[in-house]
Design a protein around this ligand. Structure first.
Ligand code: PLP
Length: 376
């Protein structure tokens, strides 16, 4: 490992991010599970809840209407869509559920997806009666674009579902190429951006993008977003259509909701934009590169991702006989290091065993990574 490998850009961003939020109790390397909210986001959420008590919940929601609409606009901008294409939901999973329920595709409709699909997504596609067509992938689980092109040309599925960055592996899918091919063949692309919105460019031309608040955008828990281009939205039939004065996608937005959490997400997205999405991506990618160099081989653990993959998520395979769940618990209780143990049930089509997932946000340091390596 050379000094150059460990050089992280944008230290000012790390400092600003760190001072903007409560001091962590230990070393938080678990953004892929849940990030840490800023003081301003926490205060906005509390402020809205107080407004509900003072004004009445529905009056408070109406007063937040402009802010929420700005949020739809900004979130739409991050994925190349308009405010009218954005609905707030409760989570990424709730977004996919709302999409599939409203799409009402005939049972047996074919949907192309990765073999390493996140198990809850695969289960929801199956429960909607959709038949999985597995995309060809390389040894890292990355979609084979040429094979996809042949599939789209010869036997196109009803839609392609792509998880942009997996939960169990910090590998970025070639989503821009996939989007261009899908567009050329008139096949909708549905993108799971739960691990990419806020960490990787998601403005790629997908027809549907869904994501969650609490991971790389560092918003509150219990909030997600569903963004649908008009061409797909025209085919959706929500149980209760949106009122005539609202865009059709709003029929997918849950009526009863943690409105304070939505307000918090809007603030968090504003902070992300103020930090500079490109700078955030650059620092996260550098943290991933540094982490893989520092962690590979530590205590016999081996890095799964290619070393220069542009994500901050690193997963580690244990040495023989070492239990990942017990290691994760020991890191937390003895060293104050927060990570995730991910078992093969998370992506049974791809994982052959459990991994330890390490995912710092921009405040992460080489010192954090070296402390983890020493602990392992
Ligand atoms: C976390 C995650 C989800 C689910 O997000 P929720 O907000 O918990 O529903 C979906 N897909 C991927 C890739 C994830 O990492």
């Amino acid at each position: 490992v050379t000094a150059l490998d460990l050089l992280l850009p944008h230290e000012d961003l790390a400092d600003a991010w760190r001072t903007a939020r409560p001091r962590p109790a230990g070393r938080h390397l678990d953004t892929a599970a849940c990030s840490r909210q800023s003081h301003r986001v926490l205060e906005a959420v509390a402020h809205h809840a107080r407004h509900e008590a003072e004004l009445g919940g529905y009056v408070a929601e109406a007063t937040a209407g402009d802010l929420l609409q700005q949020g739809r606009s900004v979130i739409g901008g991050l994925v190349g869509m308009a405010a009218a294409d954005v609905a707030f939901v409760e989570s990424a999973q709730a977004a996919l559920a709302a999409l599939l329920a409203a799409w009402r595709l005939p049972a047996g409709s074919r949907v192309a997806r990765l073999p390493g699909e996140y198990a809850p997504n695969a289960a929801m596609l199956r429960a909607a009666g959709l038949e999985a067509v597995l995309l060809a992938v390389d040894g890292d689980g990355r979609a084979d674009v040429a094979a996809l092109e042949r599939l789209l040309a010869t036997d196109p599925p009803r839609f392609v579902h792509l998880t942009h960055v997996a939960s169990h592996r910090g590998v970025v899918q070639p989503a821009a190429e996939v989007a261009a091919l899908c567009r050329a063949h008139g096949v909708p692309l549905v993108l799971d951006a739960a691990q990419s919105l806020g960490s990787v460019d998601v403005d790629l031309g997908a027809d549907v993008v869904y994501s969650t608040s609490r991971k790389w955008l560092a918003g509150p828990r219990g909030v997600g977003v569903l963004c649908v281009r008009p061409a797909v939205a025209a085919h959706l039939q929500p149980v209760l259509p949106a009122p005539a004065d609202l865009p059709p996608v709003r029929g997918l937005e849950s009526g009863e909701a943690h409105v304070a959490g939505r307000v918090g997400l809007v603030l968090a997205v504003g902070e992300h934009l103020a930090a500079g999405p490109v700078r955030v991506r650059e620092r996260l990618a550098a943290l991933g590169r540094a982490g893989r160099r520092v962690l590979d081989g530590a205590g016999g653990w081996r890095v799964v991702e290619p070393p220069d993959e542009p994500t901050a998520t690193t997963t580690l395979r244990p040495p023989d006989g070492v239990d990942v769940v017990a290691t994760r618990a020991r890191l937390l209780t003895e060293h104050g290091i927060v990570t995730t143990a991910a078992g093969p049930e998370r992506a049974p089509g791809e994982m052959t065993g459990p991994v330890l997932r390490v995912s710092p946000h921009v405040d992460g340091t080489v010192d954090d990574l070296e402390a983890l390596a020493a602990a392992l």
